[in-house]
Design a protein around this ligand. Structure first.
Ligand code: FHN
Length: 450
């Protein structure tokens, strides 16, 4: 075979591209990939599976020995999805103001909600639903411009090739003793993930259960590389032993900002991830909205969980929360999506965030103020105060604005009863310049100019 110079160069270039090591992502490239997530602020988590009969917890019920594995797995006979309306689910999610959703494609019990060819335990092959319930959900969610996230449990306790099943032990086998058995399980995880990735190219993977094995054992790096090879923009949560993009504090908003630039608190709507017949201890919309603005103020997202029933209906209490979230986020959109972390606690009684240009300080009031709201330590001057979601401007005054002191005067903003939102009122303090703070502990004035 003869090659002219042009073909030799082209061939060389192709070889170079094929074999060049993947370049590490720069911080700027990562920030670009994380952009939609940073601005999303609210996601809706969905725990749906055979445990959605409401009789047991998700997976943990057999793992902890509360029911036998057989009795637990029998619940799949009640997973009918008979009333499942993915368009309605997607409507509710979009209306809540969430910009992304994360659905359990498979929990630790191994029951897959999509038509997996890699195993036999799925909504299609082993439940009366008899169909792929992920496919129509993915389609409806995307139609509404909501980002699609897949929860995927690395753990699959019931499988014979997985190392553990019960919390109390004993382990089935040790990887060192039976490496091929473990390899069989790893191949299975890869096969399922390949199916999900190639079919839907989700925007985000929410791994879970990584604590049971090391990155080397899960092959975490290879998993992420494999997903990115055909889905380069995908975002991966932290639960994959060091290869994720963002932190996932659970069931509690952090007190101080997490070290990770990107994070999300996942939160139950009552006290359970999946639907439970015996759990009607719902958190109020006010409580949950406070968690949302707390996350926003600390620069993170809230991933609020719902638990539909096995027939696909969503309990009224959960629908009511999503609708109230929609009313509130719709009215206060300006102070939700295009914001960044606020100022440290202590300057004002309430949660805060900043506009992206830093010139507007948003103050979220989870209470009904008496007389006025005090804001201290603001070196930059207020130009006007607005009530977000209304056309109302508020009056304020400043005390102790002393030109020869470095301690700025304290602002008092009048907030009349009529300006209040029924959940959380948001004030926008538009400043003359980006917010600058006084963070000292006061001073003695050794002279007066008057
Ligand atoms: O074990 C799971 C639990 O069932 C649930 O899915 C939560 C959601 O964050 N994740 C695990 C516990 O951290």
């Amino acid at each position: 075979m003869t090659m002219n110079l042009k073909s030799v160069i082209l061939f060389g270039l192709l070889l170079g591209t094929a074999f060049a090591p993947a370049r590490a992502e720069t911080p700027e490239q990562k920030a670009e990939r994380m952009e939609w997530f940073s601005r999303a602020k609210l996601g809706i988590f969905i725990h749906w599976g055979i445990y959605s009969t409401g009789k047991t917890s998700e997976s943990w019920a057999f793992h902890n020995g509360y029911v036998s594995l057989d009795d637990y797995m029998k619940q799949r006979e009640e997973f009918t999805a008979a009333e499942y309306d993915p368009a309605l689910w997607a409507d509710l999610i979009a209306q809540s103001g969430a910009r992304y959703t994360v659905i359990t494609t498979k929990h630790h019990d191994g029951f897959a909600l999509w038509d997996t060819k890699a195993g036999d335990v799925s909504a299609v092959k082993s439940s009366p639903a008899g169909r792929d319930v992920i496919a129509p959900f993915a389609e409806e969610v995307r139609k509404r411009g909501v980002r699609l996230g897949f929860y995927f449990s690395l753990i699959d306790w019931p499988r014979e090739d997985y190392t553990d099943i019960y919390r109390a032990g004993p382990v089935r086998y040790k990887i060192a003793d039976e490496p091929e058995r473990w390899q069989h399980f790893v191949d299975f995880n890869f096969a399922q993930l390949r199916e999900l990735n190639e079919t839907w190219k989700p925007d985000l993977y929410w791994f879970d259960g990584d604590w049971e094995h090391s990155a080397e054992e899960w092959r975490s790096k290879e998993i992420v590389d494999m997903l990115r090879s055909t889905n380069p923009g995908v975002i991966v949560n932290s639960r994959i032993q060091g290869y994720g993009d963002y932190a996932t504090p659970e069931l509690g908003v952090p007190v101080v900002r997490p070290e990770s630039e990107w994070w999300e608190t996942c939160m139950t709507i009552n006290n359970s991830w999946g639907y439970r017949l015996d759990d009607d201890d719902y958190k109020s919309p006010h409580t949950l909205l406070c968690m949302l603005v707390d996350c926003i103020g600390l620069g993170g997202n809230l991933l609020l969980d719902i638990g539909p029933r096995a027939d696909g209906t969503i309990p009224d209490e959960q629908v009511a929360v999503l609708k109230e979230f929609g009313r509130w986020t719709g009215k206060h959109a300006e102070a939700v999506y295009d914001t960044r972390a606020g100022i440290p606690a202590g300057h004002v009684a309430g949660y805060t965030s900043l506009s992206l240009d830093g010139k507007t300080l948003y103050v979220y009031l989870p209470y009904r103020p008496t007389e006025s709201v005090e804001v201290k330590g603001l070196k930059s001057r207020i130009a006007r105060v607005r009530v977000v979601g209304t056309d109302r401007e508020l009056a304020w005054k400043q005390y102790n604005d002393i030109s020869w002191s470095e301690v700025p005067g304290v602002y008092y903003i009048d907030v009349p009863e009529e300006a209040l939102d029924e959940q959380i009122t948001v004030l926008a303090l538009d400043m003359e310049e980006p917010v600058r703070l006084y963070r000292g502990s006061g001073q003695i004035l050794s002279f007066n100019e008057y």
